[in-house]
Design a protein around this ligand. Structure first.
Ligand code: C5P
Length: 224
């Protein structure tokens, strides 16, 4: 039986790193664990919100009650996200690779060929920007993250406008904060109304507070 839903909305979350192929056996990756994105998907589902998680490769178990679509590359992630539209709220928490290898080979590169390979890179699609700037089927609410090491609020405020998203959760990841790969986050919650500093809290607590904000947003008369 389906759980009672706090709001009758559909949510999409991106999470994890992407893997960008070099050849059939090699790839470029990053250290994202996927913990924050997976926690958000779990928190949405726990509130009875219909949730799809588009995840890059992670070791994490699938969150309970979530429709999980596994992808590897940024291009696959974008097309999996587009396949989910229309949705009401999109939360982009994935650490998408900025670049991919141009013309990744379909055969394994061989060192016996001699010489050193050169990897030519091309820019990946920006999924948050692509979803935010859609003319058709733009979600009512688009949420992004910003990992910053200095001028956190100023940079994240500029990023919110550049990306065209509605909310940004800015994370101070400077050395000593222990955020990257760690258990806790220090979030500055940036919206059109300004910035709200959240206390240092676990990624699960960040997820729950974000979902509270999403539920309130859609519960305000006139915004439903
Ligand atoms: O530009 P930057 O990587 O700092 O932006 C971070 C935000 O943008 C995150 O919400 C991330 O999920 C999203 N992003 C994306 N696609 C990219 C790069 C970033 O969705 N190619």
């Amino acid at each position: 039986s389906k759980q009672h839903s706090d709001i009758n909305k559909k949510a999409l979350v991106t999470s994890g790193p992407t893997h960008e192929p070099i050849d059939p056996v090699r790839y470029i990756a990053n250290r994202s664990s996927g913990r924050q994105g997976h926690a958000i998907a779990a928190a949405l589902a726990a509130r009875g919100i219909e949730t799809t998680l588009v995840s890059g490769p992670t070791d994490l178990p699938d969150p309970k009650g979530v429709n999980v679509i596994r992808v590897e590359s940024a291009e696959q992630m974008l097309s999996a996200c587009n396949d989910q539209l229309p949705i009401d709220v999109a939360i982009c928490a994935a650490a998408v690779a900025d670049w991919r290898v141009k013309d990744a080979g379909s055969q394994k590169m061989k060192k016996e060929t001699g010489g050193l390979p050169t990897l030519e890179l091309v820019e990946n699609p920006d999924i948050l920007h692509a979803i935010s700037s859609r003319k058709k089927q733009r979600p009512d609410l688009v949420v992004g993250f910003a990992a910053e090491t200095e001028n956190v609020v100023k940079n994240a405020t500029a990023k919110r406008l550049r990306k065209g998203c509605d909310w940004i959760l800015a994370n101070d990841v400077s050395i000593g904060t222990g955020t990257f790969g760690g258990e806790k986050n220090a979030i500055h919650f940036i919206t059109d109304d300004g910035c709200e500093d959240w206390p240092h809290m676990t990624k699960q607590a960040v997820a729950e507070r974000l979902v509270d904000s999403i539920v309130s947003h859609f519960s305000v008369p006139g915004k439903d």
